[in-house]
Structure formats: C-alpha cells, structure tokens
Design a protein around this ligand. Sequence first.
Ligand SMILES: Nc1nc2c(c(=O)[nH]1)N[C@H]1C(S)=C(S)[C@@H](COP(=O)(O)OP(=O)(O)OC[C@H]3O[C@@H](n4cnc5c(=O)[nH]c(N)nc54)[C@H](O)[C@@H]3O)O[C@H]1N2
Ligand SMILES: Nc1nc2c(c(=O)[nH]1)N[C@H]1C(S)=C(S)[C@@H](COP(=O)(O)OP(=O)(O)OC[C@H]3O[C@@H](n4cnc5c(=O)[nH]c(N)nc54)[C@H](O)[C@@H]3O)O[C@H]1N2
Ligand SMILES: [Mo]
Length: 786
Amino acid sequence: MLPTPERQTIATHWGLYRPKMVDGTIARLDPFELDKDPVPLAEGLVEAHSAPSRILRPAVRQSFLQAREAGRRGAGDGAGRGYESFVELPWDEALDLAAAELDYVRRTFGNKGIYGGSYGWSSAGRFHHAQSQVHRFLNSIGGYTRSVQNYSFAAADMILPHVIGSRKGLIDGHTSWERVVSHAKIVVMFGGAPLRNAQVGSGGVASHIVREAMELSVANGVRVVSVSPIRDDTAGDNVEWLPIRPGTDTAMLLAMMQVLIAEGRADLDFLSRYTVGYDKLAAYVTGAVDGLPKTPEWAADICGVPGETIRGLALAMAGTRSFLMMSWSLQRADFGEQPYWASVALAAMLGQIGLPGGGFGFGYACANGIGNAIPDVKWPSLPQGTNAVSDYIPVARIADALLHPGERYDFNGESRVYPDLKLIYWAGGNPFHHHQDLNRLRRAWQKPETVIINDSWWNPLARHADIVFPATTTLERNDIACSARDLFIAASHASLVPAGEARDDHAIFAGLADRLGARDAFTGGRDIESWLRHMYSNARQMAAGIGHELPEFERFWSQGVALLPPPPTAEQTDLLGAFRDDPEKHALDTPSGKIELYSETVAGFGYDDCPGHPAWLAPREWLGAPLAARYPLHLLSNQPKRRLHSQYDVAAHSRSGKVHDREVMRMHPDDAAARGLADGNVVKVFNDRGACLAAVETSDDLLPGVIQLATGAWYDPLPAADGDPQPLEIHGNPNVLTADIGTSRLAQGPSAQSCLVQVERFDAPLPPVQAFTPPPFVSRLRDTKA
Ligand SMILES: Nc1nc2c(c(=O)[nH]1)N[C@H]1C(S)=C(S)[C@@H](COP(=O)(O)OP(=O)(O)OC[C@H]3O[C@@H](n4cnc5c(=O)[nH]c(N)nc54)[C@H](O)[C@@H]3O)O[C@H]1N2
Ligand SMILES: Nc1nc2c(c(=O)[nH]1)N[C@H]1C(S)=C(S)[C@@H](COP(=O)(O)OP(=O)(O)OC[C@H]3O[C@@H](n4cnc5c(=O)[nH]c(N)nc54)[C@H](O)[C@@H]3O)O[C@H]1N2
Ligand SMILES: [Mo]
C-alpha cells in the first residue's frame, strides 16, 4: 500500500503544484513552494477534468463498427474519419475489437504494418508517460514501425553531429545561464528568449529559471541583442531589438563572418587548432568561389537588418566576451540546418567557444531547464523493451509515408523506402495539432485500415480515430515525475476519481496485451505501486552515484518532492570547454575530430538543399520569394502563451485569450490598415493549402509583413459534406496553412515557419466553434446491410 501523503503534489510539464483539497475535490492548486517564478498554466487542470469534452467511455466510429460487424474491411474504410458519429461500447467489447485489429495486421502484414511512433508530449509523470506505455506495449506484441527525431529540433539534431560530433548544446551540455550572464559582455539571441516558452519543461519543472537569468543579465550590465521578427520575444531593460525577416538569419550570420574576415578579426589560431574547412567556407563568404561577397549590404537586402548594424554587431562580438544563442524556431524552417551550422561557424571565427560564458548554445528559452546547472544524472524512465521491427520514418514525414508507401526518399545520406502502414496507434500526442498542412494530413489519414487512440478529451485526434479509449489524466493516478534538465524527483498523487470509465493507459494496454498473449511481457509482473517503488529505487541509486542520498520511498512519497543539490558554480563547465583545453584528448566525434566548417561527409551526400558548408539558400516561402506577390505576409506559428501545444485548450485559461472564440492573430498596424482591419475583426488567413479564421490584434511589436498566430487551437474544420479538400478551419489553427515539406534531404525535419499567407476581412456570419463539443453519439445499429 502506498502511504497517505502528508503534502500532496501534482506534477505537470509546467510546474509542481500542491492541491488544496476540499470535500474530496481540488479547490486550488498552489505552486510548489520553491518555484522562483511559477506560471499560470495549471489553471485549466481541474476544470478540464470534468469538461463536457472529456472522453467518458470507449467509443468506435460508426461506419467502422458497422463494417467490422459485417465482417468487412478494405479500401475506403477511412473515408469518414473526422466527421462521423461514434458508438460507445463496453470496455471488454472495445478491447476485443482493438485486439482483433492489431492481431489481424500483425498476422497479415507483419508488425511493420503497425505505426506506433505516437509522437507527442503526453503528461509529465514517467510511469504513465503514454508514449513509453504504447511503445512498451507494441514491443510486447512483436514490435512496430517507429519514428525518429521530433518536431522541435529535427534539423539541428541531424546537422550538429556532422559539425560538432554530438548534440551538445542542443538538449544538454549547455554552458549554464548563470555562466553566460556572469561572464559574457554581449549575448546575441536569434529568435529571442521568450519567457512564454520557458514556462514548460518536458517531464516537469521544480523552479522556473529564465526570468531570474534575464534579471541577472541586467544586473551584470550584459548587452542583450534580440534578433527576431517579434519584439516581445525577449523581455528586459537591457534588450535591444533588431527586427529581422523570418528565414533569413543565415544571410545575416554569413555577413557577420564576412566582416570578421575582411577586418582581420577572425580568430585564425582558434580556427586552425579547433576546426577544419575554414578555407572553403571563407572562399564562399568572401565571394572567391562565386563572385558574390556576403557583405552586410548583401545581407541587408535579404534580411532587412541595416548593413551598418550587422557590421557593428559583428565587431562588437569580436571585441569582447560574446555568446550566441539560437532559438529552435530558426531551424523549423526550409533549410533549417543552415542557420545552425552558420552560428557554429560564426562562433568559431569569434574564437570564444569553450571560454567561460563564450561561444554558442541553442534553445535557452525553448524550455525551462535548458542551461540549468545540473549534475550529469540519468533519472529513471519506464523501460520500453526491444522493438523487433527495425524500420522507421523521420517523424515529420508521416503524411508522405501514408500517401506514398514503397516510394524512396533521402535521409542523411541514406536512400530509404516508405513503409506500408496499415494500422496507427497513437497515445500521448496530437498529430492534428502538431503536423503541418492538415488538409493534406487528413487525406493521408484516410489510408490506413485502422486508427486506434487513447486520449482524455474529444480533441481533433480522437475525432479522426476509429477506436477511442478514454485515458485518465495526471490528476487521477499516482506517478513519479522527473526531468532530464532539472534537480527534482516528485510524486504526483492521485487526487480525483477518474472521469466516467476512464482507465490508465497502462490498464488499457494491459487489457490489450492480455488478449494478445503478452500480459506478462507488458506488465513485467509488476503492479503500478511496485513499478513506482522500482523506478524510485533506481533514482536513489543514481543519486547515490553522485554522492547524494535521496530519502527512502515512504518519506519521499509522503513529502511529494525530493531535490538534488545544484553543482557549485566553480564546478560548472562550458560547452566544448574540455575540447578547448585538450583537443586531442577530448577530440570531437566528427571525422576530423574537430569542428567541421566544411564537411566532406555532408558534401558527399550531394544534396543541393544542404551543401558541404553553411550557405544562404533562399527558402521556398519568405518575404523575398516570388510567391510573396500573391501571399505578402509571413506567418509565424509560434508556441502559445496560454497552453502547452493543444493541451487544455478546452479550459478557461486558454479560452480567455481568444476573441469571438477564435485564436488571436497579431499583425503590424500598417498591415492591418492596408486591409481595412481593426482590433477584434475576424479575418480569413489563407494560402493555396488552406484557410482559417482568426481575430486581429494589432501590435507594433511585429516587423511589418509578419503575422503571428500561435499553434494549439483545436482544429475545427467546417463539415466537408461536399468533400471539399480544403474546408475552412474556423477556430484559428495555423497548421492548415503551413507546408508539409522536409527541411532538406539531410534532416527531413518539419518546416512550419516558412509560410506565406494573405489576410482578408471575414464578413460572413461567424460559424460557431464546435471543437469543444464532443462528436455525436448514436446507439449501436445491428442492421449492417448496405
Ligand atoms: N505550425 C507549427 N506546428 C508545430 C510547431 C510550431 O512551432 N509551429 N511546433 C511543433 C513542436 S516543437 C511540437 S513538440 C509539437 C507538439 O505536438 P504534440 O506533443 O503532439 O502536442 P500536444 O498538444 O502536447 O499533444 C499531447 C496529446 O496527448 C494527450 N495526453 C496528455 N496526457 C496523456 C496521457 O496521459 N495519456 C494519453 N493517452 N494522452 C495524453 C493530450 O490530451 C494531447 O492530445 O507541435 C509541433 N507543431
Ligand atoms: N507556453 C508554451 N511554451 C512552450 C511550448 C508551448 O506549447 N507552450 N512548446 C514547447 C516546445 S515543444 C518547444 S520545441 C519550444 C519551442 O521553442 P521556440 O522554437 O523558441 O518557439 P517559437 O515560439 O516557435 O519561436 C520563438 C520565436 O522565434 C522567432 N522566430 C521565428 N522564426 C524566426 C526566424 O526565422 N528568425 C528569427 N531570428 N526568429 C524567428 C519568433 O518571433 C518566435 O516568437 O517551446 C516550448 N515552450
Ligand atoms: Mo517541441
């Protein structure tokens, strides 16, 4: 039996909370007492627990059920996905049906016909982490086709190993915030450092650190320059805003290199000792190879930052301790590999990599915890078992795979073939949130024979499924939370009774595993309590390994939170500091052992969309593209302030940010005036891929020509009874507009930020938003003729 907690705790991706219980329900969620900067995202949690759109019982799409009950399956089964009514079924029947579908596919096509990538953030607890559960389950029944990479930083993830031999400085190994703002005199942030985004951290957050870091930069007199299309990406008295056209950072970075070379300020000692390929890159930058010197004036025409400003910034960075911070957003774009490679190259020319608070790093405000000073520890997670299927797809190529099975595609030097996916199982992610070009995804999504999902709400993913299982939420189950970038391990105590007939993902998968002869392989012979005790004992061992004793389980569970001490400032290291100290002993894992400004490997792939050194490649869509004549506005679909992706969009905190129930789209007053628009007007945002409605908010915090519509409004297309391939989306989901094209043949990452649109006033009567109303339910029809 788990002990009754003295101090109840709930762990979310945006913080730890102490629930105040009154009469068996949560009256209030107070932030964890040691959080220096708690955030309001938990406000929706309790409300969403019993929202009308909670999934209460297992449900099956009507025509899918009719077909299966009539013993039919085949092409066209998926045509009604997204628009049909559902039939609620008793648990046993729904589990039988799902198990039969899984069994049919594995017997007929092999386990490779099951797509179980199931990308998504799930919830914070490590045991009930839905992705780990679904992977463990699918492995226990013979495996599945998986996905690699993520939507966050796929391009970076693929290019950085070619350049610095690892992903250090992307997800871990960062020079700490503390060291940056204590040592650097100038910090240049491409894409800024939005506090908005640093609200969250995957796995949870004990204390939010970015506001304090920015305050310390003011106190220390650090010059902070934010190079970004949006001013309020970065807050602070010391922030200089350099507005830049989206997608053009590489041009500016190349021009900064050109200045260093032309002015004799490139650090040739550093370059010769620690890098290879400088000569080839320099020949491109100076124009020796193509007759086009990448001067600040050349770059100014592209990026809109004045040439003198670019020159001044390059020289300022060369003259003092400087740090280059790149947000992940820059690489979720056409040729997103380039700005990242270029930033490493610029940092190398500045010669400060590995010095205290000098050099470069990525994503410092993209999640709380990046740049947190933490010891090198590995917190426990649920073991996922072994996957007997070796095939995979790059995660953002899902629609390509569904539409083009058997076709070849390039990926990081390999020529691969898209698998033939027959069944999709998704738990803990929302592709109708995260994927680009949702009209295309909807077409692709009709192809598989079966779609099974677990979720807690009737969100767009659930509506597009055949079999829907109701999953419990964080509030309804006991769990353990910890984050790879933080110093805490926390209990997450079950505080509310599950809504309706909701079950834990673990119980859902145990029920399926049972039917497929894999119960023991899936459960490992443990119940939930013994899993929690087991995972915690792994954490204790890990902590003991770095000389720290965590409390024994009973005390931990009772207190709710245990912390590791941060490493003393004196023991903190800088990214590539060891390499700088001894480049032979700490050689990088690149072919040369050094930083590769030119990569023979990448050049050898022969990709015109990712050549052998960083280069300016004009994106398909940007303000300088021919298409801008028709679609003159650059859409940035950045992260939402009031929620995590699509999560809890149903609750008041997120909904209070909407106007006329629509998501707010910000635009410059000049762009609004040119279209006769005023604050609060509802507009249609459109391009050749689709159209959505949104409410206008004017702001001179945006560069003219740029509009901003955050992600996460639940996809709400008008019913396409007439088969309209591009139904109007009425809620404000930008992914009906974004392009579903890989960043390059190297990384095949998502490129959502390269997106041109037009905006016009929407004068027709406003269709009511349906996204938060569950789909219609019908009772089961036994008559299945037709
Ligand atoms: N245009 C555009 N698109 C983008 C981005 C962008 O910048 N622009 N950003 C991209 C990025 S970086 C990311 S990471 C993705 C995020 O995309 P996702 O991670 O897919 O988005 P979420 O809304 O967090 O989806 C999580 C889903 O899991 C469900 N869930 C939560 N907990 C549980 C649980 O315990 N069990 C089960 N079964 N389900 C659970 C939630 O209800 C929700 O439906 O979006 C990407 N999409
Ligand atoms: N509140 C909240 N926080 C989140 C999330 C969330 O859903 N909600 N999602 C989390 C996740 S999964 C991720 S991966 C991170 C993502 O973190 P980021 O990648 O940093 O997220 P964005 O908000 O897309 O982009 C930040 C800013 O970059 C700027 N920008 C966009 N394109 C360009 C460009 O071409 N050049 C320059 N210089 N600037 C550009 C935009 O002004 C934008 O506001 O955020 C995390 N934080
Ligand atoms: Mo992400």
